[in-house]
Design a protein around this ligand. Structure first.
Ligand SMILES: *Cc1c(COP(=O)(O)O)cnc(C)c1O
Length: 378
């Protein structure tokens, strides 16, 4: 029996260990000078004016939508082909989620569907850069501007993504990043928000710390001063220990992206010619966070089982959010409401992808998958 193929493997090592050791021997453990250093370094890397770190992308989305004024009675338009965090953020603020369907070629939010979903209550549009490819930010921004609502990017998959001169956060009201364990820039859990408006950044800094006027680091100073609470916020810091793990990775991001892209191209070469398999299109510079194939209708779950039995890590990103129990039973969505997202959600299958994934493993995954497909479709 062969050894398995991991779905994901991080490459954190000596540099991160040394950075954590340094932080451990300093005064601060929670949000302090190292988190501030990461905010500046990540803003430079992304060429964006302001980065506000947070405890997760899930919280980043809640805070950003709140800072943009989303609340009860508002509608937030987004894609159903995403992780539940995207749409749940609107629900947590008492807003209504309005889904718009995706483009069948890319799985990305379709601007025409967004336009059709606009209403006088629309307060924000949330685009998702699915699998690492940027959604059509310029067109979505034009739609948002014409309607007088905000455009937010869920960039959890796309730290390294670009489309011409568009990078996450460069043309929208804000972009949210995730540093969760399997993401391309990771510290186990963590997140950040990129915004261009300094006032919005200041509001986010308040909201991530209970609306308190002093952050943990300045409260720790020797000269005690009272702090006040000026708005109702949450507790959502990125700690100095997490920031220490993130900092050394910035200079490796592009090299890692290129290695993932090489593996994606090898997968595509191995799978493209198979008549029963379909691949989504990608354009521009994709972050290549995930590599997915579309299985023939009705056989995806059998392929998942077969790959698992062969020791090959696989996942589903994602079954469409509007087809999940809570969204059906409590919110009243019907699976047929967004047929393209539903179909991709029923057929999509994510294969192992990480920078040092051996190319021989890519070939093995292709052979195993093709064998399983041939068996399933006879
Ligand atoms: C991972 C992910 C999130 C949530 O990120 P966390 O940091 O785990 O909260 C949100 N949206 C998408 C598209 C994701 O993949």
């Amino acid at each position: 029996m062969n050894e398995g193929v991991e779905f994901y493997r991080h490459d954190l090592g000596v540099a991160e260990l040394e950075a954590v050791r340094e932080t451990l021997s300093s005064l601060f453990l929670t949000q302090g000078p190292t988190a501030a250093r990461f905010e500046r370094a990540f803003a430079d890397w992304l060429e964006t004016p302001e980065i506000v770190t947070v405890s997760s992308a899930s919280m980043g989305l809640v805070l950003l939508l709140r800072a943009l004024g989303v609340g009860p009675g508002d509608e937030v338009i987004t894609t159903p082909l995403t992780f539940v965090a995207t749409s749940n953020a609107a629900l947590h603020l008492g807003a209504r989620v309005v889904f718009a369907d995706v483009d069948p070629r890319t799985g990305l939010l379709c601007p025409e569907a967004v336009r059709a979903a606009l209403s006088p209550r629309t307060r924000a549009i949330v685009a998702v850069h699915l699998y690492g490819q940027l959604a059509d930010v310029p067109r979505l921004k034009a739609i948002a501007d014409a309607h007088g609502c905000a455009l937010v990017e869920d960039a959890a998959h796309a730290v390294e993504g670009r489309l011409g001169d568009v990078r996450p956060g460069s043309h929208s009201d804000g972009a949210v990043f995730s540093f969760y364990a399997t993401k391309t820039l990771t510290c186990g859990d963590g997140g950040a928000v990129a915004v261009r408006d300094p006032g919005l950044a200041a509001e986010l800094r308040l909201l991530r710390n209970h609306g308190i006027t002093k952050d943990a680091a300045s409260r720790y100073g020797r000269d005690y001063r009272h702090w006040d609470m000026v708005t109702l916020g949450w507790k959502a810091p990125l700690t100095d220990l997490q920031a220490a793990i993130l900092l050394p990775q910035l200079e490796r991001l592009e090299a890692r992206r290129e290695k993932r892209e090489a593996r994606v191209r090898r997968y595509e070469k191995g799978l493209r010619e198979h008549p029963a398999l379909e691949l989504l299109e990608w354009h521009g510079v994709s972050a290549h966070h995930l590599f997915t194939v579309l299985a023939p209708e009705g056989v995806r779950d059998r392929l998942l089982e077969g790959l698992s039995r062969a020791g090959i890590g696989c996942a589903v990103n994602y079954r469409a959010v509007h087809t999940l129990e809570y969204y059906r039973e409590v919110l009243g969505f019907r699976p047929e409401d967004f047929p393209v997202a539903r179909e991709i959600g029923e057929r999509t299958l994510s294969l192992p992808l990480w920078p040092d994934l051996p190319e021989t493993d890519v070939d093995r995954v292709c052979r195993t998958l093709i064998g399983l497909v041939d068996e399933a479709v006879g």
